[in-house]
Design a protein around this ligand. Sequence first.
Ligand code: AMP
Ligand code: MG
Length: 341
Amino acid sequence: METRIFGTSEEDIEQAAEIIKNGGLVAFPTETVYGLGADALNPEAVGKVYAAKGRPSDNPMIVHISSKDDLTKLTCGITDDMKLLMDAFWPGPLTMVVPARAIVPRVTTGGLDTVAVRMPSDPVAAALIEKSGVPIAAPSANLSGRPSPTSARHVMDDLDGRIDAIIEGDNCKVGIESTVVDMTGEIPSILRPGIITKSQLSKALGKNVEIDPALTQKPEMVKTGGLLETSSDFRPKSPGMKYKHYAPKAEMIIYRGERQKVAAAMAEEKLRRAEQGQKVEIIMYDDNDPEKAARDFFANLRACDKAGADVILATALKEDGVGFSVMNRMFKSAGYNIVDV
Ligand code: AMP
Ligand code: MG
């Protein structure tokens, strides 16, 4: 199929919305990463998203809405905690997992009876959802397993010819996917860290939120049916956490420890690899600006692949606040290949 390319004018967004209404697939910019959208209430359309991405069918989608009121169509019983988080962070890069109404197809929720919902702040995303008149299921617009796309170019590199259309907008401002918080238990629990941090959530709620234990343990990876997956005793609440993710084509090694020692170890490894004729790329971030690391990380991985890197050597960031969220991605990209110095 030929992938149509739209700009961000009102007419273009209207045409893209028509495609969504008719059960087609449209990639579009959001403030986090580019999403691959389909009518969330149309099982056939959502099925096409899994197929286009090559995404395992038990990995649920985030459903995007354009007004806070739309949450009541997807779930029953909005709790005080949900209201507090909506008021503090919507529209914005926060996803809430809530009980799903029957109207939400189980193909959208990966078979779960909960649904993940977000109201994006990006004006193009908001206009597309509004004009479509339906909630839009949208995982990241990359081939499953590849780094998430933060520019229209990244989307075309992965999905050109596999989807109906793309809206070409600006590069994504946040650069990592939304914070996902499970609101179905007694205490809200972070399933995926993002730019909105644990301390911001705790402050908005006036109580401590938890971090899902799956986020702080290193899972054992096994190969099942061609997919690299975590072993079956690893059962995160967020099914997406089971799969190999965000992987560059190159081998990737993370160096962790005191900065100077890290720099020395990386320089030594770089030399060793270069002597073997390998192309080495270095990724290094400033601990004082984890937001920039978040913005650049996926684009850096894709740039390394484009440059034909054999190996990527990356420095670990301090694991707190947004640094924790970037490291969550970096560990997966490297398949937990870490050198402690
Ligand atoms: P992506 O759409 O690729 O950014 O991934 C969405 C993430 O949200 C995945 O890690 C999913 O596992 C997670 N997710 C979506 N829906 C649910 C849900 N109902 N319960 C738990 N996690 C969810
Ligand atoms: Mg994704």
